[in-house]
Design a protein around this ligand. Sequence first.
Ligand code: TYM
Length: 333
Amino acid sequence: SKSHLTGITTSGTPHLGNYVGAIRPAIIASQQPGASSFYFLADYHALIKCDEPERIQRSTLEIAATWLALGLDHEKVYFYRQSDIPEIPELTWLLTCVTAKGLLNRAHAYKAATDANRANEEDIDAGINAGLYMYPVLMAADILMFNAARVPVGRDQIQHIEMARDIGQRFNHMYGEHFVLPEAVIEENVATLPGLDGRKMSKSYNNTIPLWLPQKELKKAILGIVTNSQTPGEAKDPNESHVFTLYQAFASAEETAAMRVAFAEGIGWGDAKQKLFERIDSELSEARVRYETFIAQPEEIETILLAGAAKAREIATPLMTKLRASVGLRRLI
Ligand code: TYM
């Protein structure tokens, strides 16, 4: 069966978007018989947007504890921290040298940053570090290193996976068929989970609902989701409501259908949010207790991560030896 791989950047507190877009589908995939799964903490990626060492440390602990609390079987899967695999930056360089600069110019994150500079009549690269530019190549190395065919992610990562494909294909064309070309796996009804303000839930928009808020705070956050001013009794359009989109991401098909009816019958926003809160809370409450236990045991998490890295390097080290030789980096005699 095909292997799965996904990573989370360790620059903040995990939120509901990370959970429904990547972590939940990844854990389900890892439980399929015969699955081979690679899940990691993308701490090199974190350096691109975060220069606070304490925050990266804390985020690494939180995200690791999240995977474990949600039931990831760390002995069955490969679970590791990106920066514990020195072959990843090494592969990044080999891939950099087959990557067209023009491809990177078109990456959404880089383009958005240069477009903003242009709009402000600044130098187009003002304030942009070279890490942001190289982001897709580092991500290609993450994926290609482990021959991952399937990559569960939210919609915002599709372009990066297409680029990993392009880069892998180019390398294969030049140096032989070394890499499996990856595909994104997107769950359509949660591809982009909205945040409190209805835009994509994202650390950079400051509109997230953190995954492990205590019950009371979770409820408060959910009550803060922006809605229109329709009153109870007025029929509401589920397709225009973030409350509904969020509900759908956590509810069964039956519950979702019932909520559609409730919207048509004019459920009030307060009641709809209460139902949303109950749904999310019941999905997360047991794992929340496990999370609190894991987060208080950084030594155990460190041991798990180091063991995961050692296991991952059993694949990465021989592959790098082969790749180095394939491009001509080998002993003369
Ligand atoms: P990151 O850390 O921004 O997000 C982690 C995962 O969460 C998904 N996600 C969402 N899904 C649905 N709705 C949302 N509002 C939402 N917000 C975030 C993201 O799509 C992602 O799947 N570059 C990656 C990390 C990475 C990676 C990789 C992923 C590094 N190397 C290799 C896959 C394979 C990132 O910054 O994700």
